[in-house]
Design a protein around this ligand. Structure first.
Ligand code: GCU
Length: 678
């Protein structure tokens, strides 16, 4: 049995108590191999804690079945999994659970399936040992559920150790070196496995000089991380620079069609696989925000992606090629360029040109992880390309883990969106390349800075495995595991309180920040706190065009940038006119007068005032609920969140006053209810 990793960090959604039901049973673990060893270790630890018994048998040994076990965890397939190559296959991760004649049996198709089955039993708790359950096979809907760590190896002068990190330092790197705390990495892998993550990219998509070397002379450090993550069924991936042949290989070019470049990548990749046989593949940010790419050689992004795909193919690896390509040196005076259009304009013409092991990794919205954006039109527009959808667990634009913003409801709206007409596939079904989340974890004792931000990490895995899941049910699962309410003096009050502060938190955040989908009224650079005109006259292409008469971006076909026309029907027509555009996206698609009447019946400017007052009131109410939960949970956790609520409330008031005053001064329209505006 592999011992359960020990750390001082918060147990998050795997506190010992979550294992009580399983740990007080007679459990048989059947099978051989690394992942079965992991499962056995988990069962051993749980039984040691709660008085159950754990027995291990080899697959072939049938005798133990005669004995009275409450739970049998059985590896059915021959492949335990860790030797199973570089590719994610949902079938290896399947398991079947049945309960009959007083015994629960979980059969894993592979080691990963067995591991997921174990954590399923943990989630079920006592319910796993109650009434009979007919056999049900569980299989993750998306084969890849990946975290991208925007972690730098060396501290970056502007971005620090973790770019857009709000949870302390990196779990992997510190001051230019591997951190070496592999127990912490193992514990992280364990948490990730328990929520369904099966892939981790260990460095920032912006690959600076030090980090470039992870691909070659520093691959051993990546291998150490891969070794620590493997027992939990997680494959390591690496962000690489497209200029690697130049900066690492000493070649005179990185042209994707150059024979020496292709040979260099093939050889470099073979060395990666010599060090990490189940290496998952590369993540690439090319021709984006200053990163090198194929455009420098007059080549397309399909040429670029295929270069790496070909190098990875002999080993079963995959290249995740990001679609986040746009002009970040735009002239704000130029009203014809629209950043929202860029990914579609660049990539749709390339549909069909990518290799099978190339995945196009697309941000869920067309701009950049704002609290409200329409779903990216790219996702439905490349039927012959494998698409992965990228979400941002790290809360760059959603309160930076100082504000509570549970993102599962937002992601679930995205995943349930149907880019085509009628019963056409959802985003979750179209995301054949997987779900990718930018990680929000760091070396903070609570992993995510704000203890409630753990819910976002958890939800990223769970929604990747089941994109159609009810987001509130996912949050409930997280609540049950993390807080084990039944062990507190008032379980129902704790549950109700936690639900109340989490479920609506994204909408609350949306209310007190930039209105009606317009986005980006944030402080430039670090992106925390309001600055209505912070990006208005900058080169980044994120404008709102507020003047004395109105606000918003005209993205219609008829009079605007034409972005609305990138959608298939019915969306193209729906978004085209302010009369049919949903209120929450109105200013994303249209420039309208302040007196424009929304579907809700109120004017745009009055909506701005109302939602900003409401948002602060909701944040204050959430803070009060939180205060009332003291005594129902661990005191340190309660105190950490209480402290962050004070900052959230201060921040929400700041947002309210800044945004309301801005629009009052622009429009001259007073608040119909005469509340204080400055
Ligand atoms: C945002 C973010 C950057 C990041 C980029 C990306 O623009 O602010 O820090 O590098 O997204 O996704 O590549």
């Amino acid at each position: 049995a592999r011992p359960v990793p020990r750390t001082d960090a918060d147990p998050a959604w795997l506190p010992p108590e979550a294992f009580r039901a399983l740990g007080s049973r007679r459990v048989l673990v059947c099978g051989t191999g690394d992942l079965t060893d992991t499962v056995h270790g988990e069962v051993d630890a749980a039984c040691a804690e709660f008085g159950g018994t754990a027995v291990r048998a080899a697959v072939a040994d049938h005798r133990p079945y005669d004995r009275p076990y409450d739970l049998v965890l059985r590896l059915d397939g021959t492949a335990d999994g860790t030797a199973g190559g570089a590719e994610h296959r949902a079938d290896d991760e399947a398991f079947t659970l049945v309960r009959e004649r007083g015994r629960t049996t979980v059969s894993g198709a592979g080691g990963r399936g067995l591991l997921h089955g174990l954590f399923h039993v943990v989630r079920l708790g006592e319910a796993a040992f109650g009434a009979d359950r007919p056999p049900v096979t569980h299989r993750p809907a998306l084969a890849t559920r990946m975290l991208n760590h925007w972690d730098n190896v060396a501290v970056h002068p502007v971005m620090g150790q973790v770019e857009r990190g709000y949870a302390g330092g990196s779990l992997f790197w510190r001051d230019g070196r591997a951190r070496g705390d592999l127990d912490r990495v193992r514990a992280y892998g364990r948490l990730l496995a328990a929520c369904g993550i099966n892939a981790v990219c260990v460095n920032n998509v912006n690959v600076h000089t030090t980090e470039a070397h992870l691909l070659t002379d520093r691959i051993g450090e990546v291998a150490a991380l891969a070794d620590a993550l493997r027992p939990y069924g997680i494959r390591a991936h690496l962000s690489v620079t497209f200029a690697a042949p130049l900066v690492l290989g000493g070649l005179g070019t990185a042209d994707p069609l150059d024979a020496s470049v292709r040979a260099w990548w093939a050889a470099a990749t073979a060395r990666v696989y010599a060090a990490i046989p189940d290496f998952g593949g590369y993540v690439v940010k090319a021709d984006s925000e200053g990163q090198p790419g194929p455009f420098a050689y007059g080549r397309s992004h399909a040429d670029g992606a295929n270069l790496l795909a070909d190098a990875l193919a002999p080993h079963g690896g995959t290249v995740y090629w990001r679609a986040f390509v746009y002009n970040h040196r735009q002239d704000w005076r130029d009203r014809t360029t629209d950043r929202a259009r860029a990914a579609y304009d660049h990539f749709v013409p390339l549909d069909g040109a990518f290799r099978d092991n190339a995945v196009l990794q697309v941000k869920h919205g067309p701009v950049d992880f704002q609290p409200r954006e329409p779903v990216s039109p790219v996702i439905g527009a490349l039927p012959r390309t494998r698409i992965a959808v990228e979400v941002q667990a790290t809360q760059e634009y959603t309160g930076q883990q100082r504000h509570v913003c549970a993102l599962a409801p937002m992601w679930s709206e995205v995943l349930g969106f149907r880019p085509g007409a009628g019963a056409s596939p959802t985003v979750g079904e179209l995301a054949r390349g997987g779900l990718v989340a930018v990680s929000n974890a760091g070396d903070d004792p609570y992993w995510t800075g704000h203890p409630l931000a753990q819910a976002n990490l958890y939800a990223a895995g769970r929604l990747g495995a089941r994109p159609g899941a009810d987001p509130h049910a996912v949050l409930d699962e997280w609540i049950e595991l993390t807080f084990t309410p039944d062990t507190c003096p008032d379980p129902e009050r704790l549950r109700a309180g936690l639900r109340a502060v989490l479920r609506g938190s994204w909408r609350t955040y949306e209310k007190y920040t930039a209105p009606l989908g317009v986005g980006f009224m944030v402080q430039p650079g670090h992106h925390y706190g309001p600055s209505a005109d912070g990006y208005e006259y900058s080169p980044w292409g994120t404008y709102h065009f507020a003047d004395r008469d109105g606000v918003g971006v005209d993205r219609s076909r008829a009079t605007g940038t034409g972005y609305a026309g990138q959608y298939a029907e019915p969306w193209a027509t729906l978004y085209e006119s302010p009369a049919t555009c949903p209120d929450e996206l109105l200013l994303f698609f249209h420039h309208v007068p302040y007196g424009h009447v929304l579907h809700s019946g109120t004017t745009v400017v009055q909506h701005i005032y109302d939602t900003h007052f409401e948002g602060v009131a909701e944040a204050a109410a959430a803070r009060d609920i939180w205060t009332s939960l003291a005594g129902l949970m661990d005191g340190a956790r309660h105190a950490r969140v209480a402290e962050r609520y004070e900052e959230q409330l201060r921040g929400a008031r700041e947002w309210r006053d800044h945004i309301n005053s801005y629009f009052f001064r622009k429009s001259g329209v007073p608040d119909a209810r005469g509340r204080p505006i400055h």
